[in-house]
Design a protein around this ligand. Sequence first.
Ligand code: ATP
Ligand code: MG
Ligand code: MG
Length: 376
Amino acid sequence: MLAASASLLNVKVVILDVGDHAPAKQIVAPLGPELAHVDGSFADPEKIRELASKVDVLTVEIEHVDATTLEEVRAASQGKQLAVHPSPSTIQIIQDKYRQKQHLASHGLPVSDFVAVESSIESISSVAEKLGLPLMLKSRTMAYDGRGNFVLRDIQQAQQAIDFLGNRPLYAEKWVPFSKEVAVMVVRSANGEVQSYPVVETVHKNNICHLVFAPLRSRDASLSQRARSIAENAIKTFSGAGVFGVEMFLMEDDSIFINEIAPRPHNSGHYTIEACETSQYENHLRAILSLPLGSTALKVPSSVMLNLIGYSSSMDEITKTANVALSIPGASIHLYGKSECRKGRKMGHITIVAESDLQLRTRLRPLLQSLPGSTP
Ligand code: ATP
Ligand code: MG
Ligand code: MG
């Protein structure tokens, strides 16, 4: 989606990912032998150096990259002025969720209680005593779609949690009994100007983002403004340019905690492609290229994004829902061209825009009914 946006601005893109048919490589043709796409992992220092040698501006769409090498190539390029966005130090802080929480807390931003924990029954027991049960145990690194999380409901499960989370460094969070999950995309220019998108409500299923409603509807008119200010203030504390996704918990009393931050275009911002004046992707490009930022305003009254999550190794279920979307007014289908479908893998998404919330719900219903396991 970033590559598609870049092509509309005549921005030439070189992609580092595994394989010749990686999704983004299907969007932009290679720019000749000198500027061919790179085949390899974004965690491989050699491949990052190869990519850096081909570009003026380097950006990432995932935080689990080798940030040390990114800093090395940035520092080594002083003469040539390679820009790396967001800055490697920002990625380094964010990719370790415990460091990220410490960073946010030290800047006075609202986060729930969290503590370091060792992978031992004694350490987990003592933390459970301190923070109570249920307790959220999280892997500090390499987490996504809840795959680094374990909900400890009973202290007897401590060994099971250690086995599940493996040898990864851990920390623990106090359980947050949120009433809703919300998110705000924030775009930050290289000189530190920030602009936020509208607040959205995110609905998760099995720890994976399932639906995103934009904008958030709430009884308290000041809530959205508060959530946007918290998100903007959080992003002001980091360096480098680009869009950031700020995931938050909304409590019954309308107080807000930050859950976590993604230093990149984010699933909760996919709706911006059809529903906002400038998409998160175009604004990411504008930010990292030092162009004026575009308006983040909604241009439709109501929108929703449905993630298309693999149900098995077959694409049949995804195709079925996409086929239903073909007959729904206001629906836009995005299939990512991933080589294999797997259970729990994000294979695409559908955004619906509408003139009202009622119309949106009416348009969404047949899509939800087409999902595996739904009762018509
Ligand atoms: P992502 O794909 O968003 O990067 P992740 O693997 O980094 O996911 P988190 O965002 O930390 O995981 O957690 C996934 C989900 O688990 C959250 O969206 C929320 O529903 C729930 N969750 C996380 N932390 C807590 C908590 N402290 N208390 C209650 N629920 C939580
Ligand atoms: Mg995460
Ligand atoms: Mg998350």
